[in-house]
Design a protein around this ligand. Structure first.
Ligand code: NI
Ligand code: MN
Length: 225
């Protein structure tokens, strides 16, 4: 599994030759100017919730690639009404896709489209493959529900928001990594706006002091897990 950080909460994940994009917000991200949205060739678009900083480039990417959009029922239905292919899910549900088993998890946050219309309840994803399992928390507070995850799935990498203000901050993210029983964390949802700018070195040190590892990638940088 190869994960490329596309800035903010946007990820590209390559699994068994399939390309997934999570929460594409690239074209309006000043920090991601070097990423060309139109160059992305994508099989699936995963959306955690409807906020603009997670769905901005969905239509562009879906048009270019005829990608299948996977999200909660309300978001999937929204894109189906616009003529896109979509697969609806809801919390606690799983489905086996050609890239692996995908589950839609609980998150504590809100979810509305830019025009204020309802975007269902926000969530996160667990992707299980033959080699690795990852948890992508989405925008969320620290929640006790995270403790349910390791009862069912062994997580190899947890992708957690660390920018604070709109989501968990670094200290809560350390506890979240304890709840999901995963020592390796990829931080996301930080630095994009003034409210969520963080001190990278302090964040890394805090994780390290708790016996955990925080990965912070450059935008466009990839890791293999
Ligand atoms: Ni949000
Ligand atoms: Mn957000």
């Amino acid at each position: 599994m190869k994960i490329t950080y596309l800035g903010h909460a946007s990820l590209q994940i390559e699994i068994a030759g399939k390309i997934l994009i999570v929460d594409p917000f690239i074209s309006a991200n000043e920090l991601a100017k070097h990423i060309d949205v139109n160059a992305l060739k994508v099989d699936y678009i995963l959306i955690t919730h409807a906020h603009q900083d997670h769905v901005l480039d969905v239509e562009t990417i879906a048009k270019n690639s005829e990608a299948i959009i996977i999200s909660n029922y309300e978001i999937a239905s929204h894109y189906e009404r616009l003529g896109f292919k979509a697969h609806p899910m809801n919390h606690g549900g799983s489905w086996s896709f050609e890239f692996g088993k995908l589950s839609y998890t609980n998150a504590i946050h809100t979810s509305s489209f830019a025009d204020g219309s309802y975007g269902g309840q926000p969530g996160g994803f667990i992707i299980e493959t033959t080699s690795n399992n990852i948890y992508i928390a989405g925008d969320t507070a620290l929640t006790m529900d995270m403790k349910l995850i390791p009862l069912q799935t062994n997580i190899d990498l947890a992708v957690l928001p660390i920018g604070d203000n709109f989501t968990m901050g670094v200290e809560s993210a350390v506890i979240a990594s304890e709840f999901v029983e995963c020592t390796k964390v990829l931080g996301y949802h930080y630095d994009t706006f003034g409210y969520i700018k963080i001190d990278h070195e302090a964040a890394r040190q805090h994780f390290k002091s708790k016996g955990r590892e925080l990965l912070l990638l450059d935008i466009g940088q990839e890791i293999e897990i």
